[in-house]
Design a protein. Structure first.
Length: 391
């Protein structure tokens, strides 16, 4: 009896479909916190806020399922069961993204407000897609999935016993789980945020604060014989050193204001560091030679172990000893900040970045996947980024 052989065209389709799931799963398991946030956004969008405590766990399990399905299809492990899993997976997300695409179209063109999620998070933070792009992508994947499912009997299982196949399936799931545990305890293996540790990346100041209009002020002086001199503010301060009799020879004529460079609006507006009086310190701290920013987007969810740890105490002492500014920033309201400071006897200031809890912008939350997490800035350039366990 001849051994069953998979047609080449079917193998190509199968491997391509498996690689899509592997890449999609991998792009999310390297940043499980982002998956939890994405899951929470979906729950909020569908009025299921009560599911918030389970968002991270469900996100992690979804990532494991997706990566494991890709792993099993790639290596032909339990093909019939795997292709059924693919079909159920794709039916669910096909219907979900179809609704999101329609709902977003109605929001944009007809003024409806469904509060739909704008980015499905299909490829984590690696690739962003709008809802229509996601739906069209799922149309293609659905067609491919149906082809593979209909031809599943033509795809032989890998040459292992039943127990051996389940063992390798478990290996795929463990890979996804172990990577996520590591990233949860530390930081993502790949950082797709705007606050990545990168001296050659865009300056945080330009990204979130922009640049004010730059003006040059010149003063025109003249004399009785028609000579004119244009002096800057610096020139006026030093003119008597070089020409002690300047004001005896020249008299003031006019002031000339010129724009050297136009104002540049921030690419991502909404970042601020407000104190209890409403004064914004963002420009001051982001322009510092060195500043340590402790990000705590939600004070209710800050790790109690982190705030009581020796690591944080040593960090505070280090900053005080070396005259380095250490400041906190959070999206929690001022009353919660006051209570938080008293609870942990905090000696450094914590500033408030107000946001819309539904629409954001979630700058503080997305800056670092640790609560709290530490970012070192040098004149607006991120030079260090640590989860609280690595302070």
């Amino acid at each position: 009896m001849r051994k069953q052989k998979e047609p080449v065209w079917l193998a190509v389709i199968r491997i391509a479909l498996a690689c899509v799931f592997l890449f999609s799963g991998l792009s999310k398991i390297i940043d499980p916190v982002a998956s939890g946030i994405q899951m929470d956004d979906y729950f909020t969008s569908f009025g299921m806020g009560f599911m918030h405590p389970f968002s991270l766990t469900l996100g992690i399990l979804m990532n494991i399922a997706e990566f494991t399905l890709g792993f099993m299809l790639f290596f032909r492990i339990r093909v019939r069961l795997t292709t059924l899993g693919y079909l159920l997976f794709m039916i669910f997300f096909f219907l979900l993204t179809a609704w999101l695409a329609v709902a977003e179209h109605l929001e944009v063109n007809y003024g409806y407000n469904f509060g739909v999620v704008k980015d499905c998070g299909c490829f984590g933070q690696a690739i962003t897609m709008n809802n229509m792009e996601t739906f069209l992508k799922n149309v293609v994947l659905m067609i491919v999935t149906l082809v593979v499912f209909s031809k599943r009997k033509a795809i032989p299982d890998i040459k292992y016993t039943l127990l051996g196949q389940w063992f390798w399936a478990l290996v795929g799931a463990c890979i996804a789980l172990i990577i996520q545990i590591y990233c949860l305890r530390n930081l993502p293996l790949f950082d797709f945020s705007h606050w990545k540790n990168c001296r050659n990346c865009k300056n945080i100041i330009e990204l979130y604060l922009g640049k004010p209009e730059q003006k040059e002020v010149l003063f025109l002086y003249g004399n009785d014989i028609g000579e004119e001199r244009l002096l800057s503010m610096d020139d006026i301060g030093n003119i008597l050193d070089s020409e002690p009799n300047f004001y005896e020879k020249f008299f003031y004529v006019n002031r000339i204001d010129s724009v050297v460079s136009e104002a540049i609006q921030p690419e991502i507006p909404g970042f601020s560091m407000l104190d209890d009086k409403g004064k914004d310190f963002a420009t001051i701290y982001l322009n510092k030679e060195v500043v340590y920013l402790l990000f705590m987007h939600d004070l209710d969810e800050v790790s109690n172990e982190a705030m009581k740890s020796e690591r944080l105490k040593k960090l505070v002492v280090h900053c005080q000893s070396n005259n380095i500014d250490l400041v906190g920033i959070t999206n929690s309201p001022l009353k919660e900040i006051e209570a938080f400071i008293k609870k942990y006897n905090i000696t450094f200031p914590i500033y408030y970045n107000p946001i819309d809890p539904i629409k954001g912008p979630f700058i503080v939350r997305d800056a670092i996947r640790s609560n709290p997490g530490l970012i070192t800035l040098e004149k607006g350039v991120v030079t260090g980024k640590k989860a609280w366990r690595n302070f």
